[in-house]
Each structure stands twice: as C-alpha cells, then as structure tokens.
Design a protein around this ligand. Sequence first.
Ligand code: MF3
Ligand code: CO
Length: 247
Amino acid sequence: MLQIKSEQDIALMREPNAIVRDCLKFVGDRIHAGMTTKEVDALVYDFIKASGAEPSCLGYCGYPASACVSVNEVVVHGIPDDRVICEGDIVSVDLCAYKNGFHGDGARTFCVGEVSPEKRKLVRVTEECFFRGIEGLKAGAPLYDIGYRVQKHAEANGFSVIRAYTGHGIGREMHEDPSVPNYGKRGTGMRLPAGAVICIEPMIAAGTWRVRVAEDGWTAVTTDGRPAAHYENTVVIREDGVEILTL
Ligand code: MF3
Ligand code: CO
C-alpha cells in the first residue's frame, strides 16, 4: 500500500534527503583513480555519521556497507571492496540516509578522469532519463508513464533499460510501495496521489539489459560485460508537479 505523506512528514524528509544530496556531491568531488571502492564507502559512512544521520544501507537485508559502489559493468549493489578505481571508469554511488524517522535515497554515476565517448554518453543519457521520467509528472499521472518516458529516451539513444531493478516508494521504510519500473506502457498503472514520495532511478546499460548477480548475492553485473549507469532522486508528487528532495 502506498503511504501518502503529510506536509509534516515531507518537512521531516527534507533533512535525510539533503544529507544524501550533499554526500553525493562530497563523494563526486573526491573520487579519483587509485582509490578503492571501500575508500569511497568510508567517505560515505563518515559523511552520513557526521551529519547526524544513519547509513540506511548498512545492515539492510545483511548488506555490509553504507553505499553501493558499482564500477563499469556492475549495474547496482556493488559491494565496496579492494577494487581499485581506474582512469576511464564510470562509478555509480548509491546511498541512503536515515534521520527524523525517515529515509532519503539518491545515486549518481561519476566519470573518473578521461572516459570513453560511449561511457560519457551513457552517463549523460541516464541522467537525462530521470528528467524525462519526471516530465509532466504530477498528481493524477499514471505511474507507468514514468518508465515509458525513461525507456523511450534510453532506447532512442541505443541503450537498454535494466528490468530486474526498479525505483520505489520511500518514507519510514527505505523501500515502500509502489515499485517504479524504468519501462512500461503509457497511460497504465496507478494514478499517483499528491503526497506520494518515490525514488525514480533509471539504470541504463550500453548493451544488454540482462544482469547476473554475483556469488556475494548482491553485485549485479551486465551479462555482456558492457557498462551501465545509474541516476536516482527522491521525489514528492505535488498537485502541480514534483519536488525533488535530493537535488
Ligand atoms: N539505495 C538503493 C536503492 O535505490 C538500495 C540499496 S540496497 C542496499 O534502492 F542493500 F544496499 F541497501
Ligand atoms: Co532507491
């Protein structure tokens, strides 16, 4: 069941979401070749703690870190480890913060140094997919219009939409109803009410949309080994549009 948030709830959600926004910026300013994904996770943990929040991902269903750090062919849920980030890599950082009884959630994909034109385009188009997704979005809009627009933009650029993972509602729980796919049929799905808070998170691949989950039970990689990118914001549905809490 979708939980509609009151204005008071939304006011409380601003802080964890601002922490997510600022943490993503903080990480983006510091990520560099030679760093391990574990070191990226440490930046996230320290930033969230110093902000007086809790890293929601840590311990979630046994997840062992504060951030998902997904390099190149890793689509999402990359567990931070000793993998060294290299010049030319694209690195998706996905993180959640919990404060005031609510969660915030966001992701960005960073280009490290000089990146190939294909990867650069993939990162740009993935971000554009989010903004296409929210185009015209307001109370009463059909849920699957979001995915319809995301998919249209991704495929028009020769890329594919990851099917196995979706966006989601968010609030007192990190994952609430509804599921928000990045593909879909226009005009279908529930009508989104004002006060719904959802995470819209296009995950776009350069090649196939098929993924395989590694032995660790988390790390999702493209089956063709080609790169994928991820971009996510937490968004409030309003009568007249959307309010983005993580920008
Ligand atoms: N932040 C992710 C999302 O967008 C959740 C990561 S799964 C976790 O839904 F286990 F790492 F928390
Ligand atoms: Co999310």
